[in-house]
Design a protein around this ligand. Structure first.
Ligand code: NAD
Length: 710
């Protein structure tokens, strides 16, 4: 005798893939009664997809559930169906469905069993489209000794429905509907139907379900099927094709309706217990309830905002701050940390203050002990405390150097070590390092700070590997924000737009359970976010098996430096493996030098100006104060200026009030000149380049910029 496969519970089924085109969508819509009055569901030029298309489209998957459970196919009926819609269904693509049998219920010998199957369906656009829970009523499989299904309460409001929708499926409806996938004989073959005990072929339950779905969408979210969020129901009776149906709808809540569909001739309920939810998708809020976060330097600036935001979202926060001056000097004060703790508590959050110095071993350990004493654990650590002591190289005394390294780099080490121990033991942790554009890209007068900040990137690169198998993720933020560290170097009109609040959201994502990355660096500020990374060129193998000469290296510098085909490595091993592979199979290494010229020519004026700051030679700019205005006409043209002063270069779009000289050129000629096809002298004498203002100063360009086409 066949028996249910009880072993199948929980085992993965699928993925089952199914590609579909607009024709499948239209065929389905026609199959469930749409027509000229709902042309959006039937016309490929403005096609929308009915939410119930979902279940028809995964019919193959449903068959897998049946087969895996080993139900007696002669006795199965579609019992209940729940659909939760996460994203709108595109009019074409491939659906990939994965799921499992979650439960069997036993109604008793002769009474049947229930097979509950759950699945998630993703689209080839990467989005999760819908979750289905199907209940198969297996009439012939009862009595296997399992528990019975719990009784579900379902009560319709004790009043007339708010909306009534009448419809009349045609006598031929199943012949059209079956082309969407369910080709079971019961819906087409009169002989088969008679054998199964019916007068004639019956409607597919899911076809009536599609009629009901149309009725619900048209009544509640007309023309906006993407707003359907949930559609649940229970199939109760069969229906013959050509029988009129009536769907009754009660609006019970904001975005929620209950519904049922009747045989309009007899009043019998054919689909019962209907729930339909609709509205905009609810974005899942990132929640930190029950988690413990340590934020160093949280008495002011960025750290304060991180602490407030984490606490607002449920985290218990240790607000660490020594309360020193901007350069780390002056008497320590507890007031900075206390103020932030007061703010958090006033808003209903939980926090404790900690006044220890990150820059010492004892300080670091004490900070983590504060977390353990107050809240029992540490889930999140944001290494944020910082000071500045800017000096140019010669004036950079060892104490100045060391003070900055001590707070930023050694400080992060001292706090991270005891925190990492806790995280490793519990198998979970999120650590955020704070780097800076000064370290990533360089900034005059900040050798100490830039070294510490880049040191933190190296620290992350290794710690991310050590934490990986313990569920610990380590990432880095490079903020740009108004604080006492930046107030004197930022123009006042920008300073007000640089609220630290703009940096906090990405830091919170990196601290969250859902954090999708490990070992990444992000610039963040003023609403601008991007990733920074260390790219490594594909390289060349030189020397033909022996040590290459100095001259050979000199002559191949362009190929060595090429970033064409560059990669980002996750760890040392990957890079060393590439070196080994290149040296052992030198032929496989593409010599990028020959492709460089044509491969990376400038293709727009904007690209030239984007690259300009990178080509600036600060060493050649001493004492120079000039502004070059460029006015490029034609396709892709525009106005840009380049201001050089105090060894710095600023390039921006727009017109400068009084430039030193102005260059006027057509965009094609300008690109030719920048790509080396037209010399500036030729352009000038041939009338392709006009220069206004102090012509002699235009010659400074060659001195100020490395003319090294990239
Ligand atoms: P901030 O001065 O407002 O805040 C830093 C906090 O760290 C201060 O409250 C200070 O008291 C505290 N602190 C200093 N030394 C400490 C120590 N030894 N122990 C404990 N606490 C100490 O500065 P911010 O701009 O909010 O900077 C936060 C972090 O972001 C720093 O690491 C900074 O280098 C980095 N950063 C900031 C910017 C920016 O644009 N603001 C840019 C790049 C990097």
């Amino acid at each position: 005798m066949m028996a249910l496969n009880l072993e199948a519970v929980g085992k993965p089924i699928g993925p089952v893939d199914k590609s579909y085109t607009w024709k499948d969508v239209v065929l389905y819509s026609l199959g469930v009664g749409a027509g000229f009055s709902e042309l959006d569901y039937c016309y490929e030029k403005r096609l929308k997809v009915l939410p119930s298309f979902s279940i028809a489209a995964i019919f193959d998957f449903l068959a897998h559930i049946g087969a895996t459970s080993n139900v007696n196919l002669a006795g199965i009926l579609h019992g209940e169906q729940s659909l939760v819609f996460h994203n709108p269904i595109p009019p074409e693509g491939t659906l990939s469905t994965k799921g499992r049998i979650v439960k069997y219920y036993d109604k008793g010998p002769g009474k049947g069993a229930l097979v509950i199957g759950e699945s998630d369906t993703y689209h080839s656009n990467g989005k999760k489209l819908f979750t289905s829970v199907i209940t198969i009523f297996a009439r012939l499989d009862g009595g296997f000794g399992g528990e019975n299904a719990p009784k579900k309460e379902f009560v319709f409001p004790d009043r007339e429905p708010d909306i009534v929708v009448d419809d009349s499926p045609s006598v031929n409806q199943p012949l059209l509907y079956r082309l969407s996938g369910d080709i079971f004989d019961l819906h087409v073959d009169p002989e088969f139907a008679k054998m199964a005990g019916f007068e004639k072929p019956i409607m597919h339950g899911l076809c009536t379900h599609g009629f009901a779905c149309r009725a619900l969408v048209n009544a509640l979210i007309p023309g906006m099927p993407e707003k359907a969020r949930r559609m649940d129901c229970r199939f109760t009776k069969t229906l013959y094709p050509g029988t009129p149906i009536r769907t009754l709808i009660w609006k019970v809540d904001e975005g929620k309706a209950l519904w049922k569909t009747l045989n309009a001739e007899t009043g019998d309920v054919v689909i019962d217990h209907g729930v339909f939810e609709y509205g905009d998708p609810v974005r899942e809020r990132l929640d930190f309830s029950g988690q413990v976060a340590v934020v160093t330097g949280a008495g002011a600036g960025l750290g304060r905002v991180y602490a407030l935001e984490l606490a607002k979202r449920g985290a218990k926060v240790v607000v660490n701050d020594l309360g020193a001056a901007r350069d780390g000097t002056g008497p320590a004060s507890s007031s900075a940390a206390d103020r932030v703790v007061d703010e958090i508590r006033a808003a209903g959050g939980e926090a404790v203050a900690d006044y220890n110095n990150v820059a010492t071993r004892e300080g670091g350990e004490a900070i983590i002990r504060s977390a353990l004493d107050a809240f029992g654990t540490v889930d999140i650590l944001i290494n944020n405390a910082g000071i500045l002591r800017d000096k140019s190289m010669v004036k950079m005394e060892p104490e100045t150097w060391k003070a900055v390294i001590d707070v930023h780099l050694n400080g992060a080490y001292h706090v991270t070590r005891p925190a990492f121990k806790v995280m490793k033991e519990k198998g979970y942790g999120r650590i955020v390092m704070t780097t800076s554009a000064a370290g990533l890209y360089g900034n005059f007068g900040q050798t100490n700070y830039a070294s510490a900040k880049m040191g933190l990137v190296g620290f992350m690169n290794t710690l991310k590997l050590e934490g990986e198998k313990y569920g610990i993720r380590v990432n880095t933020v490079a903020p740009l924000a108004a604080s006492r560290l930046t107030e004197d170097v930022t123009p006042p009109e920008l300073f007000v737009r640089m609220k630290p609040e703009y940096v906090a959201p990405i830091v919170l994502v990196l601290c969250s359970k859902q954090c999708p990355v490990n070992g990444r660096i992000y610039n963040a500020g003023m609403g601008f976010y991007n990733r920074a990374a260390i790219w490594t060129g594909t390289g060349v193998v030189l020397g033909k098996g022996s040590v290459p000469s100095v001259e050979e290296i000199r002559d191949r510098m362009q190929a060595i430096a090429s970033l064409k085909g560059a990669k980002v490595y996750h760890q040392l091993n990957e890079q060393v493996a590439d070196v080994y592979a290149a040296v052992l199979n030198p032929k496989d290494v593409v010599d990028a030098s020959t492709e460089e010229e044509s491969g990376s020519a400038f293709t727009s004026a904007k690209a030239v100006f984007d690259a300009m700051p990178g080509a600036f030679r600060a060493d050649a700019a001493k004492g120079i104060d000039v502004v070059f205005q460029y006015r490029i006409s034609g396709d892709g043209g525009g106005d840009w200026f380049c201001a050089v002063k105090d060894g710095q270069c600023q390039v921006a779009a727009g017109l400068y009030e009084k430039p030193t000289c102005t260059f006027l050129m057509a965009s094609g000629d300008f690109l030719d000149m920048m790509n080396g096809k037209l010399s500036p002298m030729q352009a000038y004498t041939g009338g392709k380049l006009r220069i206004e203002g102090e012509i002699m100063k235009s010659q400074l360009i060659e001195k100020l910029f490395r003319i090294d086409r990239k």
